[in-house]
Design a protein around this ligand. Structure first.
Ligand code: AVI
Length: 327
């Protein structure tokens, strides 16, 4: 097993803090205040997201796990019907508990491939390089620590083979539809004809099921949102009193936009470093979008970004889809 970690092209910690600070100040100075959900994931945010994924209301993880557990053999055969000379790149690999089912099936077919897990968190990559050889001793792993597209380029330099790119977890939902289209177009630009992508999309369903998923009874999703205020306090010298904010999730079944807000429970001033921000009574801060799709718009997104749909894989309730597209 080769096990090399690349740390190129990751911005310096100091620069990251500076960008974080600028983004927060920009968001809280806007007429309609917002914060960027990509900042949810500090150590405590990672822990809370793990808890969310264990909540029975948060169906996304179970649905995609079911797809990978039950259909990896078919997915693997579908890949092999297009290419027999490939490597696998996973964008946002996390702990790879879902993709491991597919990797296992691909190994069974006797294909010689390397798995390139990509993650912005160096910890995640280190963990994977430790855990994967124990679980799948035959798998060649080459961790890439950095931004998705930088690392995709890196994988292209390291290997000339066809790429099978996995974007699972429904992370694309945390983009607005125009941002998601831009992401898919960029993804296509980093790939070659014949490359394959598998993207997880959360699907439209009964609105109550979606609202419940973002409002779990145990309060992990609330804490997950409030944790960003704590992070601002810790890292940027803020003085948010988190007891003065409420978590308010919304879902519009027309557009499929599930948006979360924090609502100020009183009129208050909050300091972040030298800046002071005024919050009116009940003023909302837009925190996150988790966009839900229907198959038609997913198909359009594929076409508009230069892919051809090969197959869609669903869980038994058809709540989630892993869509296979060809470049
Ligand atoms: C990571 N992402 C797909 C999650 C989602 O469902 O949008 C993040 C999350 N936010 C609240 N709960 C989970």
């Amino acid at each position: 097993t080769t096990s090399v970690m690349h740390t190129v092209l990751v911005p310096l910690k100091q620069d990251q803090q500076e960008i974080f600070s600028q983004d927060v100040i920009r968001g809280l100075s806007a007429k309609n205040k917002y914060l960027d959900s990509k900042y949810f994931y500090d150590a405590e945010g990672d822990r809370l997201f793990q808890e969310i994924m264990r909540c029975h209301e948060y169906y996304l993880t179970n649905c995609e796990m079911e797809i990978l557990r039950e259909q990896s053999a078919v997915i693997s055969q579908t890949i092999l019907s297009h290419t027999r000379h490939f490597d696998v790149v996973e964008l946002g690999a996390g702990d790879a508990t879902k993709s491991i089912h597919l990797l296992k099936e691909l190994l069974k077919t006797g294909q010689d491939f390397t798995y390139y897990p990509v993650d912005i968190s160096g910890n995640v990559i280190t963990q994977l390089e430790r855990s994967l050889p124990r679980q799948l001793p035959a798998l060649k792993v080459h961790g890439l620590h950095g931004e998705y597209f930088d690392m995709l380029q890196q994988a292209g330099i390291l290997s000339r083979k066809t790429k099978v790119v996995l974007c699972m977890g429904g992370n694309i939902g945390n983009f607005t539809p125009p941002e998601a289209r831009k992401f898919c177009r960029q993804l296509r630009n980093y790939l070659q004809p014949g490359d394959i992508v598998i993207i997880g999309f959360d699907l439209k369903k009964h609105p109550q099921i979606i609202l419940d998923a973002y409002n779990d009874a145990a309060g992990f999703t609330r804490d997950f949102n409030l944790n960003l205020l704590k992070r601002i306090n810790q890292e940027l010298g803020g003085n948010f009193d988190i007891s003065k904010f409420d978590h308010y999730p919304t879902y519009d079944p027309g557009t499929g936009a599930c948006k979360s807000y924090l609502v100020s429970l009183e009129e208050q001033d909050v300091k972040i470093g030298d800046h002071t921000f005024h919050f009116g009574l009940h003023e909302p801060v837009y925190m996150e979008i988790s966009q839900k799709y229907d198959l038609e718009s997913i198909g359009q997104m594929a076409t508009q970004s230069g892919f051809e749909t090969v197959a869609d894989f669903f869980d038994s309730r058809r709540w989630f889809a892993d869509c296979m597209w060809l470049c």
